[in-house]
Design a binder for this molecule. Structure first.
Ligand SMILES: *Cc1c(COP(=O)(O)O)cnc(C)c1O
Length: 411
């Protein structure tokens, strides 16, 4: 008899985005005349086409595969050496941060990395997760059996939730309860908050003192324009002893469909056996990749590498500033309407408090019906997301201008 991994059965049935799609379908079934009017600011997917530099690099990489002399079969499981060098140089060493080429591990996007990293850790770790949070961290840990069952109001037994509320500026505070593994996301999906340098330094100090490890999700680092804000946890002294960083080309290079990201796992990062022996994690993560994967496709790696060329960098900067201007317009539109709104600078999300008497799903429905605009109810990101909605800036300028116009007329 095949027995199932019952941890999967703990997962909340109505995952956020299918539930949003269901509600939009229900509205359109009632009012089909609006089907061409719906504007989606819900899911965090990019809309603008790929940078030309990446397209050309992927085309010529594909052409290489068509000729015997330049054909490539399997590549290294962790990425081509020169691609890892381009990344380590372009994102870290050129900014004065010491990251070696072989500390970069290429993947097909960082969503998977955020949970597969747990393969390196035992089930006994106390895991801290912000609330609200990017749901993939939580669900990945549920699947691994690192949590208990769900509890009423959203959340799982066995996780340590770090509330991110208006009162603390949506910044996770160091918990009183001891924790071993800590997920931080900066700029945050969903709140758009960026962790300032001093707070990040406090987390690093905590992690070093308690031999904890920080999983730092920097998927949106390209959106940080304020030079005083850290773009990488490795800007903090001591982070090489206590942090893994997740990066992605999805939101910077528009790679959500192409699929490429990477982890930075320093050689100095260690965890401990039950017997107290210190084990470096770099060989384990290398082994994990070489066993479980044959790496990212050749053309995609060349496409990602091209984002670091002179043209590529300029094109990424143009994409990012397009979405940042969208975010500014959306934030301004909300404030003009009298709504309390956060994020939208240094981040592509605007986090908006829903006005009384609505809760976040009711306000989602209200905006859908009155403005034909799809947003994301904050409750879908955790208990502390109740009372908020997230508006995504990933859209065309024309759509954003129209969303702002329509929101202004919603009662
Ligand atoms: C989009 C996103 C990612 C990146 O996902 P990919 O798998 O690289 O497309 C990672 N973390 C957060 C919080 C995100 O929103």
């Amino acid at each position: 008899m095949a027995s199932v991994n019952e941890h999967y059965l703990k997962l909340s049935a109505g995952y956020l985005f299918p539930e949003i799609a269901r509600r939009v379908q229900a509205f359109l079934a009632e009012c089909p005349q609006f089907s061409n009017e719906i504007i989606r600011c819900g899911i965090g997917d990019v809309t603008e086409p790929l940078p030309r530099a990446a397209v050309e690099a992927m085309k010529s990489a594909t052409e290489e595969l068509a000729h015997r002399a330049s054909f490539k079969g399997y590549g290294p499981g962790t990425g081509y050496e020169d691609v890892r060098r381009t990344i380590a140089e372009g994102d870290f060493r050129s900014r004065g941060l010491s990251v070696a080429d072989d500390e970069i591990f290429l993947s097909d996007g960082s969503k998977g990395d955020c949970s597969s990293i747990m393969e390196l850790f035992s089930h006994s770790n106390r895991i801290a997760i912000t609330d609200p949070v990017y749901p993939a961290y939580v669900d990945g840990n549920v699947m691994f059996g690192n949590t208990g069952g769900p509890f009423d109001g959203g959340g799982y037994e066995g996780l340590v939730y770090l509330p991110c509320t208006e009162a603390n500026g949506f910044l996770a505070q160091i918990p009183c309860a001891p924790v071993d593994l800590i997920y931080l996301c900066s700029p945050s999906n969903p709140t758009g908050t960026v962790i300032p340098r001093e707070q990040l330094a406090a987390w690093v100090a905590y992690a070093r003192k308690h031999r904890a490890i920080i999983f730092y999700d920097a998927a949106y680092e390209a959106y940080i324009q304020d030079p005083s804000l850290p773009r990488s946890i490795f800007e903090i002294e001591g982070a090489r002893e206590c942090a893994v960083e997740f990066r992605s080309f999805s939101k910077s290079g528009g790679f959500t469909g192409v699929r490429c990201g990477y982890t930075v796992l320093p050689k100095s990062l260690c965890a401990w056996t039950d017997g107290g022996q210190q084990i470096p994690l770099h060989p384990l993560w290398t082994r994990r990749w070489n066993t479980r994967s044959n790496g990212v496709s050749y053309a995609v790696q060349r496409g990602a590498q091209a984002l670091y060329s002179v043209d590529g960098k300029r094109q990424v900067a143009e994409l990012v500033s397009h979405y940042l201007e969208n975010a500014r317009l959306l934030h301004e539109g909300c404030v003009r309407k009298g709504l309390a709104a956060w994020g939208g600078t240094n981040a592509p999300y605007v986090w908006v408090r829903v006005p009384a008497p609505f809760d976040s799903w009711a306000y989602f429905e209200h905006i859908l019906r009155e403005a034909r605009v799809v947003v994301t109810p904050g409750a879908g990101f955790g208990r502390r997301g109740e009372g908020f909605i997230r508006i995504s800036a990933f859209n065309s300028r024309a759509n954003v201008v129209e969303v702002v116009r329509r929101l202004a007329s919603v009662q």
